[in-house]
Design a binder for this molecule. Sequence first.
Ligand SMILES: [Zn+2]
Length: 417
Amino acid sequence: MGYGVSNLNGFALGPFQNWEKRIYPLILSLSKDASKPEMVRQAHHERVTVDFGRAQALHLDRFIRTTSDAAFRCLSPLPCVKLDRMEVIFDRGVYLLELDLWLDSLRKREFGLISHAHSDHTARHLSPVLTPNTRLLLGDYLKRSEPITLEYGEPLDRGDYTLTLFPAGHCLGSAQALITNKWSGERLLYTGDFKSRPSPINEPLLPVDCDTLVIESTYGRPEYVFPPEDQVLDTACRTLEMWLSKGERPVVQGWRLGKAQEIMHHLMSAGFELVVEESIFEVAEAYQEAGVAFPGDFHCLNGHWAEGQVLVCPPGFRKAKELNLALGKRYMELTGWASGKGGRRWGRRGDASLAYSDHADFNDLVDYVKRVGPSQVYTVNGFPDLAAHLRKLGYPAVHLDGKKGRRDDGGFQMKLV
Ligand SMILES: [Zn+2]
């Protein structure tokens, strides 16, 4: 595993024909170091960038300075550039300093990524870049903006870098962003919120290899490990059946965008008759517009909640007047916080609290880091414990946090602006 610039040097090689055939074998033949240089990452029109070990760099440098081989004269003097990793800053959003690129900024920017349609990742940027389904789910929110919609896998050329979106599996349209620096070849992957367990209604997560990983850590603490989803859903269905058989009125709580529609799909597949709160109904209609098929009918609440129907609503709806009049209510909350030791204010307020989430749990987060193979990791939007755990596994990992001065993790803070 590489450790950032401490053991990697980069050379930017000027215009040179057949560089793959000449330069790369040269590096291999000159090096006494048994390790192979990292493959060339980026072929730009005029420059080619190669990352390789320090010993190889020194050999190549000496060779270029002393060779009489005419084929290499065009490289002399060799422009030697030390390639630092992209600096990552967190300030109510992730900022890549040298590319002047904002990812999920909560402040309005000229240009920036919106990874998905949840409000804790959005702002009314002048030119936000997002997937077509995220744009659909945001509706009028961006009516004064000029959004740039990108299909998954379609690169956007931004001069010094390209930006490509890949499915994140968190909700419909959710995207990870791969940013490739054209000059250094560095590949930075920003996950946004993601879920690796398959969902019946989202585009499935696609792991993307990278050099630098910026990963969410919502459930980045070892206590947050969720049971298998089919087991949780089975328990949920049996509990709801029991409540219904006793003439009680089941209320299932889940966030209005993404989680609620997943729950709806699962409950319909199990044969429950559903009535859903209005905002959830509207989002479900947008999902249908995007081509998602639900296995049955569902009704908008509109004040009418028939006996035998399960109500799906957001957590905040609990105090709504529509619910006040209904007797015999039983609440079920499906939330990742139910898997922890308690104490989180969102968890365990239902008659049944089951661990089900639209995020990765702790083990899923660690597995994802191993899967995409970064040599530098930044964790954001959650617990710092994940970074501490990754450091124990040998990954250089830093937790970026907007909460100034918090040092309760044994980790450390990056520069905050
Ligand atoms: Zn989210």
